[in-house]
Design a protein around this ligand. Sequence first.
Ligand code: WT7
Length: 657
Amino acid sequence: MWSRYLFGVVDFFVKLRDNRTHMPFFEAEIKTWEDYLRAYERSERSNAEFWAAVADTFHWYERWHTVVEGDFARGEARWFSGARTNLCYNGLDRHLPDLAQKPALIWEPNDPQDASVTLTYEQLYQQVCRFSRVLDQLGVKKGDRVCLYMPMIPEAVVAMLACARIGAVHTVVFGGFSTAALADRINDAQCKLLITADGAFRGDKIVPLKFMADRAFFDCLSVEATVVVRRTGEEVNLAANEYWWHEEMEKQTPERPAEILDAEDPLFILYTSGSTGKPKGVLHTVGGYMTYVGYTFRNVFQPKKDDVFWCTADVGWITGHSYAVYGPLLNGATTLIFEGVPHWPDGGRLWDVCDKHKVNIFYTAPTAIRSLMTFGDKQFENKSLATLRTLGSVGEPINVEAWEWYHQKVGGGKLPITDTWWQTETGGIMIAPIAGITPAVPTYATFPLPGIFPVLLDGAGKEQKYEGPTVYGNLCISKPWPGLARTTYGDHKRFVETYFSTYPGYYFTGDGCFRDEHGYRITGRVDDVVNVSGHRIGTAEVENAINEHPTALESAVVGFPHEVKGQGVHAFVLVVETPEHPEKLADEIRAEVVKNIGSFAKPERITFVQGLPKTRSGKIMRRILRKIAAGQTDDFGDVSTLLDPAVVHDIAGLKYY
Ligand code: WT7
């Protein structure tokens, strides 16, 4: 009782103080092409001053003493040192004086027959406070890691914000990951709590999340308690330390002050794939991430006061974190989240949702667009799409056909498409047209946002300056920005090695890129990462999964061009002799991948080989396998460094399963 009273008093003073700086809704700073140029010039003159001015648009309990410090070249740049803030406070509490009754979150369920849910800023705030108290009660403290393995339901957003509120570090694992992948992530982050659901609806299927999590627990000793949301009604068994979400929520009061955190306190860990086997826990911090995501959301998408913003990404990916949850809420916007899939019950589902909720800004991945293209124009029958004003694309290079279709069919030939390039590690959008303001050119991410300094470097690290015709190189960033991840969890050496050692002095993105008069055009990964339907998949991870099969002696995985998915996974599997039942073996191998990673990483094509193209030092020459996977049968370039050059032609002639 006493403590509640005390909290109330503290909260009152915090709110009082905040009235100075609160703003009801954030408008973009950049409103014209000149604004963009001026902002960019300002950031060139002083990057620190530029970002300090942006940071000043948020609420800080205490201001920073230094804007940016530490050696960027060694992956050590730190932002807003000495400052104290809370992202959840900035995303909710601060809006309450003006926006309490404004919709913060609209949830559209999987089944169009079921009712959607709208939470106002006040309602979302109350739910988050209640769940923050549930976390308190379960002994979760500032700095503890909390794993979320959840469907796209409001509770996922509530859980993320509650973690941010109390200073716990969330790590969201996409519901499409397998039990084994979930266990790996829980163990790497040493999560103390798991939040999941009985199941997830996906179209006409149910994914039994709790059942999958139960099997992960055999390996996860760090987990002390589990909270389970009732969603699908699957039968689940709750052990002694497992609780129903709704029962725990009812017991709590809807007030809980936000923890006052350091700008550099960890906010979340999100696992992503790289060139080497183990997924990396990309760690973002409170102050820098908040500043970057808030700023990029309002400027790139140019939301108006009563807009409904819909980002189709799952909260299990960075796009879901930054633009389904944090970006919109930081700006007092209305965000829509969708539980279902684009093709169910029919191909018009996304457009129905746009009409039903009067969506103004729509942000999705090229894969979704390409797959909807195959459904023809029927999907637009009886759809108006009249409220749409801005379209966004993210996750993979968008091809001209998909860009044009999106522009014509969804955008009525009028709406601007902003093709946003960024990464899990960058926290937010880096290179993109500013919707309706800077030119949008098909397939180009165009120009960097203010405060972002891209450079293209050749293999030797020489800068490829754009001075006329097209230049090509590996995309790097030459100066720090607040949204960059701070480390890979538990392994800072790996962080430095992955991002700061290929090109000393630069952050290396892993992407290839063109630059011409239209700006930057990303061509795709130059490392051993494939992008399947916008999902980033490390080839080494898939190889490790395949090698679990007793018949697979070794394997090599590459991407091949795929009409809908962008890239597909092609696995070359080394076996002693030609299998008698190749289809059956291929299915078993796919099952290993589903078991170890998830079905989205399943190799579409498997070729059984009796030799792999290896150099004398034992490295697999993937360049050659990529060509074979793309259907090339000769002209493989220089194969003289191969141990056995003949192997190339043997493989090129083989059938895949
Ligand atoms: C990789 C990052 C952050 C968005 C979701 C994916 C590719 C991302 C684009 C784009 C071309 C893109 C890059 C990048 N990518 N956006 N607009 N055009 N390629 O995040 O899983 O961390 O993957 O996605 O290859 O490196 P991610």
